[in-house]
Design a protein. Structure first.
Length: 338
């Protein structure tokens, strides 16, 4: 077995070095989305009522968090006396601007909404002095919560895809949020979850465990994220999914094997059986071929806090189809009002 592992490690190193040359990213980070027009390609796939218009663009800014220069899209509340703030959290195939269409759909809530780009995605500039691991995402969201917390203003986390569990991990780490909304709650420590989100069973059951045991060798090697997962299932429209896959600021980005391992084996600060920090709302798309609802239910059923679950009818992994889209916005409105 040691001989097999050594051979695999050697081949992985050689292949990775080649890949670093072939897939080195020419992405320019740290600038405005006004200078990157790729995200416009998403717009015609979304219903007209949640598209960007001249009067609903966010304010862009950067915050220094944990050594990262985090890009923020900020959607101001319509009423200056708003008592709520929603932090939109993207997953492994998105960025803050990609979630902007959901922020537009939530504008009637009269909540301030912020959508950060997590390190490795969008226009955030990662800390140049250290490698980024999954825990850096958790800590960055927690510090963002602290920076954004204002007196008499509730903070609600809303995570999509992998961002759903990241919202949970961040809430558990921070310990002071008022609500948690997720479209999926996928705990990659579960074998069935790893099987679903991985590109194939060999990667899930052989490649990922071997990589975890060899991270001292493989940690810094990077590959396109779409090599590891079924990015083509991010929507139920192949043309729309291809836009995600080819976006160098989202689904077309690269991920290190160290980050991948740290995500797959991350231990939350509070396990679900002991989580009492805030109410949880799970709004799982009913036609999600990438992450079946049964996988989210594994984790959701363990939660002992106040919770509610609803299937979004007719919606895929990115829930923009009707009637699921309207259900999502209505449920979030009810949740925030409660």
């Amino acid at each position: 077995m040691k001989k097999i592992n050594t051979t695999f490690a050697f081949e992985l190193i050689v292949f990775s070095l080649f890949s670093l040359q072939c897939f080195s990213s020419a992405v320019i980070r740290g600038v405005s989305y006004k200078e990157n027009n790729y995200w416009y390609r998403y717009q015609h796939f979304y219903p007209e009522d949640i598209r960007f218009q001249k009067n609903n663009f966010p304010k862009e800014e950067f915050l220094e968090i944990n050594g990262h220069r985090i890009h923020i899209d900020r959607y101001l509340a319509q009423n200056q006396y708003s008592d709520c703030k929603i932090i939109l959290i993207h997953g492994a195939g998105g960025n803050g601007r990609v979630l902007g269409n959901l922020a537009i759909g939530l504008r009637d809530l009269n909540c301030e909404i912020i959508a950060p780009d997590l390190p490795g995605y969008g226009h955030t500039v990662p800390n140049p002095n250290k490698q980024t691991f999954y825990e850096d995402w958790v800590i960055s969201i927690s510090k963002l919560i602290n920076l954004e917390r204002k007196e008499n203003k509730r903070i609600i986390l809303f995570g999509l895809s992998v961002g759903g569990m990241l919202a949970y991990h961040s809430a558990a780490y921070n310990g002071n949020v008022n609500g948690l909304i997720a479209t999926t709650l996928l705990d990659p420590r579960e074998r069935d979850v790893r099987d679903s989100i991985s590109r194939n069973l060999f990667l899930s059951r052989v490649g990922i465990p071997i990589n975890h045991s060899l991270t001292f060798i493989t940690s810094k090697f990077t590959f396109p994220i779409k090599w590891f997962t079924n990015m083509e299932l991010i929507t139920n429209d192949p043309a729309f999914s291809q836009v995600f896959e080819n976006d160098p600021y989202a689904g077309g980005s690269v991920v290190s094997l160290g980050f991948l391992s740290s995500y797959m084996y991350y231990q939350p600060k509070i396990e679900p059986e002991s989580f009492q920090i805030c109410p949880v709302l799970l709004l799982h798309p009913s036609l999600d071929p990438w992450t079946p609802v049964s996988l989210s239910e594994i984790f959701f059923k363990k939660l002992k806090t106040e919770k509610r679950f609803l299937l979004l009818e007719g919606a895929g992994h990115v829930p923009y189809e009707e009637p699921g889209k309207s259900q999502l916005f209505q449920e979030i409105q009810n949740f925030v009002n409660r």
